[in-house]
Design a protein around this ligand. Sequence first.
Ligand code: ADP
Ligand code: AMP
Ligand code: ZN
Length: 216
Amino acid sequence: MTDLVLFGAPGAGKGTQAELMNEWLPVPRVSSGDLFRYNLSNNTELGRLAKTFMDRGELVPDDVTVAMVRERLQRPDCATGVILDGFPRTVAQAEALDALLADMGRRVDAVLFIQVSRESLLGRLAGRWTCPTCGAVYHEVFNPERSKGICDVDGAKLFQRQDDTPETQARRIDVYQEQTAPLEQYYRDQSVLVDIDGEQDIAMVQAQIKAAVQAL
Ligand code: ADP
Ligand code: AMP
Ligand code: ZN
């Protein structure tokens, strides 16, 4: 059983690293942001509710977020573990996750804390392009696609996220500082936090994560 949390500010590289981890760790990536965007593209009630928060860079309320993730974790593909990306984002969510995993006889094995300066975060978010079909993430400068505007994996046309405007990006980082950063201490107290230097290039960050997970 391998239950991991990728923890870090918006733009730290969680999605990028999760995608690479799938090459050597056979457990699914569960991204709460992707689940909200999936609901939004299917125009569900949950999607419409989430959008009102996402567009402002605010967090979706804990109760709906936890319910959505709980449902996802109970699906069969998560039976042997999961890589969580973007969840938990509040202490209440972390407590709910602990309870949820405990019910399944599991626990958070490690929290990979990808640390990146605010300046780098803003540069990463500003140049981010995303694939609408497979979720692959690119960067204009740091991780460009092979053919401009086209996903390397499946050829879909890349887009920039609606919440990647400069105002929303700044707000998301502030919200992270206020509501999510306290989780660092929460997980240090549980002795599961692993510090990862997120300023390194993508491959170096991945190597550090891989070494940490293999040492578990
Ligand atoms: P998060 O999921 O934490 O919000 P992403 O994985 O979407 O972050 O990465 C944000 C942007 O930064 C993307 O454009 C990605 O290509 C780029 N990026 C990710 N990791 C690095 C890195 N180590 N160095 C430079 N750019 C990176
Ligand atoms: P992300 O894809 O992780 O950047 O998330 C995009 C947006 O979805 C966030 O700005 C929030 O509005 C919402 N969101 C994603 N995950 C959570 C979460 N765990 N708790 C609350 N809101 C979330
Ligand atoms: Zn794609």
